[in-house]
Design a protein around this ligand. Structure first.
Ligand code: NDP
Length: 478
């Protein structure tokens, strides 16, 4: 069979772009299709714009602290449109860089949607049909709505960067990364934030002590967090009938499929599972993300999908169809940008360098950019306890910078240590810049450092993270 390409990549996000570039640099003839903007979720509607919003939102607090330190300053008001204009410029710049990198490495870009017609054929929305020896699916994921009547009235993290103006009052639904990060961001920007989370504590899966402190701090900083709470009903306030009842919910639910009447907007009335009713200018659903496999044509191949629509792959990111591989969020393994990039690199190593390479998904450090941030690597106390006897070293204290001006902020430094091997199984940090700290602690944990080796390292004084090398006695053992 003759092929147009050695590799055709579907999806121009972090994983797809990296795999395409590296494969091309190995001499492969590579094509890449992206139906939207180059850069994908991370660059265009995720990590990058989110982090810039984190920075923007941090100045109000910083300004108040500066006053207490003796500065004559005041925060004034936040000009969303000014920030947004700069943000759009930055995203254009980054998208341009991504395109240039692909061009320079000889990858042919197709600005089109691609569908898989058979194990070696992709059909583009431009009408072109192309043959490729290998196809790499790197189509990422998209926000999932909860499926309740009228949920189309809400927005998702995709929309938040494009709002013409910031709402005065927002309800954020969910308790994961995205919900908590945007609750803090918008709170910092002066929006009145209410957050509903259906479970007992936000950030499920993270260390209990750490998530407890993040939750406390979010509430102290002004987020109106309701645990064990979900939306029962919602509609436009203007659509409530004269008795204050939601009219014909079935009809409204039907509208969801039909994508509701355009132009309908306005304050949103919400009834919560705790019986209260409230009106918000916006409702944001951060209720998880689904892999982008709908209409991709994988059913024309032997590749299999999982329950949530994720592409099932083996340790080498290969599907049941030998010519088709998948990396990144579309495989719903560890949904983080640097992981997708590493999966892309391992794929190229395996397929184009003849060096079969499994992706290492162990001990991946990550951070939640709440205020304060949560940085984590390795096992939570709860998980480690199930596995083996452990010692827990933890300290929670008021950091010097905020304690000096009488603030109630607290931070947490925590190590979970194996009793048998003395190995640090997990490190959990809640503090400003915890994301930066956990990157470094992650090196030691990944290297298999023991608690004794942590303690051999001289403290950097005065810092918050020096506690990681000065905790002498376990606070508990289990
Ligand atoms: P998560 O899966 O982290 O969180 C989804 C949240 O929505 C959970 O709290 C879940 O509750 C709740 N939920 C799900 N369905 C419903 C429903 N029907 N009604 C009410 N609540 C519901 O997803 P996110 O969208 O926050 O993030 C997706 C992924 O993106 C993350 O897992 C992460 O890998 C990545 N990400 C990473 C970031 C980072 O590295 N800083 C930042 C942002 C995203 P429950 O817990 O009960 O299931």
């Amino acid at each position: 069979m003759s092929f147009d390409y050695d590799l055709f990549v579907i999806g121009g996000g972090s994983g797809g772009v990296r795999a395409a570039r590296v494969a091309a640099s190995e001499g492969a003839k590579v094509g890449l299709a992206e139906e939207d903007r180059m850069g994908g979720t991370c660059v265009i509607r995720g990590c990058v714009p989110k982090k810039l919003m984190v920075f923007a939102s941090s100045y109000r607090d910083a300004m108040a602290e500066a006053q207490d330190y003796g500065w004559t300053v005041h925060a004034g008001s936040f000009e969303w449109s000014k920030f947004q204009t700069r943000l759009e410029g930055e995203l254009d710049r980054l998208e341009g860089i991504y395109r240039k990198l692909l061009d320079n490495s000889g990858v042919t870009i197709h600005d089109a949607r691609a569908e898989i017609a058979d194990p070696h054929t992709v059909r583009l929305s431009t009408g072109e049909t192309l043959k490729a020896k290998h196809i790499l699916v790197a189509t990422g994921g998209r926000p999932a709505l909860p499926g309740i009547a009228n949920d189309h009235l809400g927005i998702t993290s995709n929309d938040i960067f494009h709002l013409p103006e910031l709402p005065k009052r927002i309800l954020i639904v969910g308790g994961g990364f995205i919900a908590c990060e945007f609750a803090c961001i918008l709170n910092g920007m002066g929006v009145e934030v209410t957050q509903f989370y259906r479970g007992a504590q936000i950030l499920r899966g993270f260390d209990d002590e750490a998530r407890g402190l993040v939750s406390d701090m979010m509430c102290k900083k002004g987020v109106n967090l309701h645990l064990g709470t979900n939306i029962v009903e919602m509609c436009l306030e203007a659509d409530l009938d004269e008795n204050g009842m939601v009219p014909n919910t079935e009809l409204l639910a039907g509208e969801v499929q039909g994508k509701a009447a355009p132009g309908k907007s306005g304050p949103i009335w919400v009834k919560a599972s705790n019986g209260t009713t409230q009106v918000f200018d916006q409702v944001m659903f951060a209720t998880g993300r689904n892999p982008n496999t709908e209409g991709l044509g994988l059913d024309n191949t032997a590749a299999e999908l999982g329950r949530r629509g994720e592409v099932i792959v083996d340790d080498y990111s290969q599907t049941k169809q030998p010519s088709i591989f998948a990396i990144g969020d579309v495989t719903n393994r560890v949904n983080l940008t640097p992981v997708a990039i590493r999966e892309g690199m391992a794929f190229v190593e395996t397929v184009f360098k003849g060096n079969p390479t499994k992706v290492d998904h162990e001990l991946i450090p990550s951070a939640v950019f709440t205020q304060p941030e949560l940085g984590t690597v390795g096992m939570t106390e709860e998980k480690a306890r199930e596995q083996e006897p452990i010692d827990v070293y933890a300290t929670s204290f008021k950091p010097m910078q905020q304690s000096f001006i009488g603030r109630e902020d607290r931070v947490l430094m925590k190590l979970v240590v194996s009793k048998e091997t003395d190995r640090v199984l997990g490190c959990h940090i809640v503090a400003p810049a915890a994301g930066e700290m956990i990157q470094l602690a992650g090196i030691a944990v990944k290297m298999g450092a023991t608690k004794a080796q942590f303690d051999q390292v001289c403290a950097v004084h005065p810092t918050m993270s020096e506690e990681l090398v000065t905790m002498k006695t376990p606070v508990r053992s289990a």
